[in-house]
Design a protein around this ligand. Structure first.
Ligand SMILES: Nc1nc2c(ncn2[C@@H]2O[C@H](COP(=O)(O)OP(=O)(O)OP(=O)(O)O)[C@@H](O)[C@H]2O)c(=O)[nH]1
Length: 350
């Protein structure tokens, strides 16, 4: 799947130096050659729960804080980091995170009333499992569309996880996403999770879903130890209960991948999303866009009453994808679905 070459995050924001900020930085940073690799599994109030030397015989849980030298660099669940200091993992010890390795993906959550900035919530995940109930509560296709856009933008592959098939059939919803080729699994009360496990195997997957869709039921079935892992983190960080907006990474039994539960993350920031990041996930349409579309094309139809209904782009040219489809390079249904996704970026987050 196509990825963005450069991911911008809050660290890219340029801040004007204060009165004392223009001093030349002469002091060389220590190289920390002896640092241990770590994987961040939970974050709470300035404390980071990490797995040190992950995947080795020495793998152990370590609690860490950010080293001052990280500056404004954020640390989130899924980050690969370098740990120094007391990395033994013994009770009451604290290591320091001195480096955050470059991220392969960044999932952002929407700004809200209490926090005006879009923030990265999970790094380095490769799959976004969009958990949707087929009934009780009713599926919300607009929400699914927005989550798909967030996945493509973050450089992650989506997986539709359709729960409660014992209450309603999945056919209509599956048909709606068939043109996009979005992979899906269907689960039901009393059914097995083999298909879902196969999709999660060997990958790092973020699970998202609105309250009541059955996400906790899935997490507890996939990771029998999940409750204990969450309460362990709480004991370490001093929180009474798992807080609403933090994410937690849970290892699948047998070390066969990770799932990252995002209890309070219901929606994603789409305001910054470039249409190219979405379209790049669809090879056939991406080729058409590259060959036929004007610069900065939003790929929405320009005729009045069409989706978006915007005036033509800068040069007065309209989207070239209609011609591309008319020539048989891609299907109309696929273009219509892509446009529905692009249009879902507009408007309020749900
Ligand atoms: N019929 C049916 N009910 C289910 C299924 N999966 C979960 N439920 C029920 O749906 C309700 C919500 O499930 P949860 O797992 O708590 O849902 P959640 O998405 O984690 O919701 P929050 O905990 O509010 O975030 C519970 O009563 C479950 O027993 C299913 O496949 N079929």
């Amino acid at each position: 799947m196509a990825r963005r070459t450069k991911d911008y995050d809050e660290d890219d924001v340029r801040v004007r130096p204060g009165r004392r900020g223009s001093r030349p930085r002469t002091r060389r940073r220590p190289a920390h050659d002896d640092a241990s690799p770590g994987f961040v599994t939970a974050v709470d109030r300035g404390r980071y729960r990490c797995l040190a030397d992950p995947g080795t015989a020495d793998e152990r849980g370590v609690t860490a804080m950010r080293a001052r030298e990280l500056g404004r660099k954020g640390v989130v669940v899924g980050d690969r980091v370098a740990l120094v200091g007391d990395v033994s993992g013994a009770p009451d010890t604290l290591a320091r995170i001195v480096r955050v390795e470059p991220r392969t993906s960044s999932l952002r959550r929407t700004a809200d009333d209490t926090d005006p900035f879009e923030r990265i919530v999970v790094a380095n995940a490769d799959q976004l499992a969009i958990v949707t109930a087929l009934a009780d509560p009713e599926p919300r296709p607009r929400m699914i569309d927005r989550q798909l856009v967030a996945a493509y933008d973050a450089g992650m592959e989506p997986l539709l996880c359709l729960t409660k098939a014992d209450l309603a059939g999945p056919e209509a919803l599956i048909a709606e996403y068939a043109p996009l080729g979005v992979p899906y699994v269907v689960t039901r009360r009393g059914g097995d999770l083999d298909a879902l496990r196969a999709h999660l195997a060997g990958r790092t997957s973020v699970l998202v879903g609105h309250s009541g869709v059955g996400k906790s039921t899935l997490v507890n079935a996939l990771v029998p130890d999940a409750e204990r892992a969450v309460s362990h983190v709480n004991a370490v960080t001093g929180r009474g209960r798992h807080t609403s907006s933090s994410a937690i990474a849970l290892e699948l039994p047998g070390g066969d991948g990770w799932i990252i539960d995002t209890p309070g993350v219901r929606s994603f920031g789409l305001a910054h999303v470039e249409p190219e990041n979405v379209i790049n996930a669809f090879d056939d349409l991406a080729r058409g866009a590259a060959e036929r579309c004007p610069p900065l094309c939003d790929h929405l139809p320009k005729e009045p009453g069409g989706l978006g209904g915007r005036p033509p782009g800068e040069a007065g040219q309209s989207c070239g994808l209609d011609g591309w489809v008319a020539e048989g390079h891609a299907s109309q249904a696929r273009l219509d679905s892509l446009r529905r996704l692009l249009a879902s970026r507009e408007g309020e987050a749900e």
